[in-house]
Design a binder for this molecule. Structure first.
Ligand code: CAA
Length: 240
């Protein structure tokens, strides 16, 4: 029987590309989304992949959402923690809400989804968790103390949980994308983005599918000996 994968923030951007790549790799895929109903409906119509609405920053909503997915599709074998938001601003102008919301969703979401699915993977002796970090969690970024802290936290979370999963056949890895051509990056003011792109050795933004294929590899049988690792995919912008 096909393995079941959940991709958070799966109906748009990098998440959508990951859903498509996992489906191509033979997974039965469920996409989670937070609120964009029109895009979620379009995504399901285009891909045939069901979309489940819940807030990954809400612990009980994650437990309930993952239970619904397991009831519909079967036990969850793989989770890709991709959902994330930005609330950019320099620290002296950043509100506590903008700090907290980014931590709650970007980092808290990884904990919530793992709590909902890791115990089952551990019991069944097979699992894959892939967390989407960021170059800005590795290198920092002006105007992103919240986002950089959350993404940096994801990298630590990954290495810690990898140690807990290793002897149960559950791998936990991270991918640290650089600047990818998505709505999130398009929201960066154009003059700022131009300066950033000028510093990318490959000379362009990345494409979502350039992240997605690597996620599919980390979720595959072939990647069973890869755990606790971070794959940087950033066009050479930051070599780590
Ligand atoms: N390094 C040093 N100084 C910088 C700087 C940088 N990278 N960026 C801006 N500054 C300076 C400016 O030159 C300016 O200085 P002066 O006042 O002396 O001219 C000062 O900081 C204020 O700059 P802004 O006018 O831009 O300030 P703002 O308050 O209007 O906006 C900001 C600040 C919101 C941080 C804005 O600069 C911004 O959006 N930056 C982009 C942040 C970014 O890269 N976000 C990534 C989003 S995509 C993502 O996160 C995906 C991923 O994983 C990669």
């Amino acid at each position: 029987m096909a393995r079941v994968a959940i991709v958070t923030g799966g109906t748009r951007g990098i998440g959508e590309a990951i859903c498509r790549a996992l489906k191509d790799a033979g997974f039965t895929v469920a996409a989670n989304y937070a609120g964009n109903e029109a895009k979620a409906a379009q995504f399901t119509a285009d891909t045939g992949i069901p979309a489940y609405k819940f807030d990954v920053g809400d612990h009980l909503a994650c437990l309930d959402g993952c239970a619904r997915i397991a009831a519909d599709l079967g036990p969850v074998d793989a989770v890709v923690n991709n959902a994330g938001i930005t609330r950019d601003g320099v620290l002296h102008k950043m509100s506590f809400e903008d700090w907290n919301e980014v931590m709650r969703i970007n980092l808290g979401g990884c904990f919530n989804m793992a709590k909902a699915t890791f115990p089952g993977m551990r019991e069944r002796g097979w699992g894959r968790i892939v967390n989407i970090g960021s170059i800005n969690g590795q290198a920092g970024q002006y105007g992103q103390v919240n986002y950089a802290a959350a993404k940096s936290g994801i990298h630590g979370f990954t290495k810690a949980l990898a140690q807990e999963g290793a002897k149960f056949g559950v791998t936990v890895n991270a991918i640290a994308p650089g600047y990818i051509d998505t709505d999130m990056v398009a929201a960066v003011p154009a003059p700022v983005l131009e300066k950033i792109v000028a510093k990318i050795p490959v000379g362009r933004l990345g494409n979502a599918h350039e992240i997605a294929r690597s996620v599919a590899f980390l979720c595959s049988e072939d990647a069973g000996f890869v755990t606790g690792s971070t794959m940087s995919i950033n066009g050479g912008q930051h070599m780590y």
